[in-house]
Design a protein around this ligand. Sequence first.
Ligand SMILES: Cc1cc2nc3c(=O)[nH]c(=O)nc-3n(C[C@H](O)[C@H](O)[C@H](O)COP(=O)(O)OP(=O)(O)OC[C@H]3O[C@@H](n4cnc5c(N)ncnc54)[C@H](O)[C@@H]3O)c2cc1C
Length: 395
Amino acid sequence: MTAHDTSPSAGRSALIVGAGIAGQAAALRLHQAGWRVRVVERAARRRGGGYAVAFAGIGYDAAERMGVLPDLLDRHITPDALVYVKKDGRRAFTVPGPTVRAMAGERNLNLLRGDIEDVFHQKVREHAEFTFGTTVERIEQDADGVRATLSDGTEATADLLIGADGLHSATRAQVFGPESEYRRDLRHMVGVFMLDHLPEGLTPGTTASVTDTGRTLAVIDLGENGAAAFFGYRSEESDRELAEGPHTTIPRAYGDMGWVAPQVLDQLAAADDVYFDTVSQMEVDGWSRGRVVLLGDAAWCVTLFAGYGSALAVGGADALGAALEEHPDDLPAALAAWERRIRPEAERKQRLGRQVKGLYAPKDPLSLWLRDLPLRMASNPLMSRFLQRRLQIRG
Ligand SMILES: Cc1cc2nc3c(=O)[nH]c(=O)nc-3n(C[C@H](O)[C@H](O)[C@H](O)COP(=O)(O)OP(=O)(O)OC[C@H]3O[C@@H](n4cnc5c(N)ncnc54)[C@H](O)[C@@H]3O)c2cc1C
């Protein structure tokens, strides 16, 4: 690199685009594999907090191998209760915290998205170069390496460029083709923002939600981390809604909802940091083109419906590092072996995401009733005690 010397002769080097969970995990894993790493991130600084995600499976296993599991365990959060509310605001049923924990089972964490990112960042920040407020404008590659022109006017060269720049990846657009070629829209919108204060009538420490036909509103109290509001709703015009933005479309979708919706919408009007996007999967036929590889949502976005994107990002980063170690002198072989390892899991989770998409905003009252049935049963005190005992014993 010109700004930072990572020419191939000085050892193998990677340029990572995006400092989300996938980018941070890849930075740590490639550092552990002996690579020199530089990360460029478009945002001016790291984003904290955000929504809570389930973290399990290959992500959990990978975190353990990479030595970050104790730090993740420290950040684990569990709600005191899940409260399901009827449309008119009355409580439908409550699943108590111990049952929620028992149902989650072992080796399954509930973490803030920003906390996962932070744990990896703290481990790798001394060992990789991070440049914020910068993106990649042009990518060229040949047999000797990959060269990126950065938005600050400098150039960076590396042996491998990892596009970990999320659902709307610019790396993918430049090297693989336009997003429209790969995107499968699941016809839902999702919005999340941090509340200033918990709406009146909600119990601290709980996650409370109401699902009406076609839309869900949840308020998640994260204790000392504040409280977040979550909107997930069906949309037949997701691109138009995305262009209009959350301050126009969310009030339109939820304006007639009762319960705490009016209080939440008031806070939304004043919020300037709102996560808002279409719910879309990425179906990319092959995740690498020469020396450029996609990782995380940029490659395979499984969506929140699968509840597994963070786990796949971390598991994918770990497997990439392992494949590069197994094929030290053969990049194409390493990338092919890596894709063979991860693709079946990613495609399985994409299928799951498509199957369960109706759960967030069931289209009719019967689907809604069916969705709630297992949780309703778990909220029954006898069933709740049984589940706690049984699931704790079985782990
Ligand atoms: C509401 C919601 C709930 C979810 N729940 C779960 C769950 O329960 N379990 C789970 O495992 N997953 C869940 N997920 C998915 C999970 O959050 C993502 O799959 C995971 O964070 C992987 O992210 P990533 O690093 O690939 O992409 P991102 O988080 O999108 O990160 C991409 C990074 O690249 C940066 N960037 C973008 N463009 C550029 C550019 N041109 N140049 C430089 N940098 C750029 C961005 O600023 C960002 O920092 C959920 C997602 C949502 C939205």
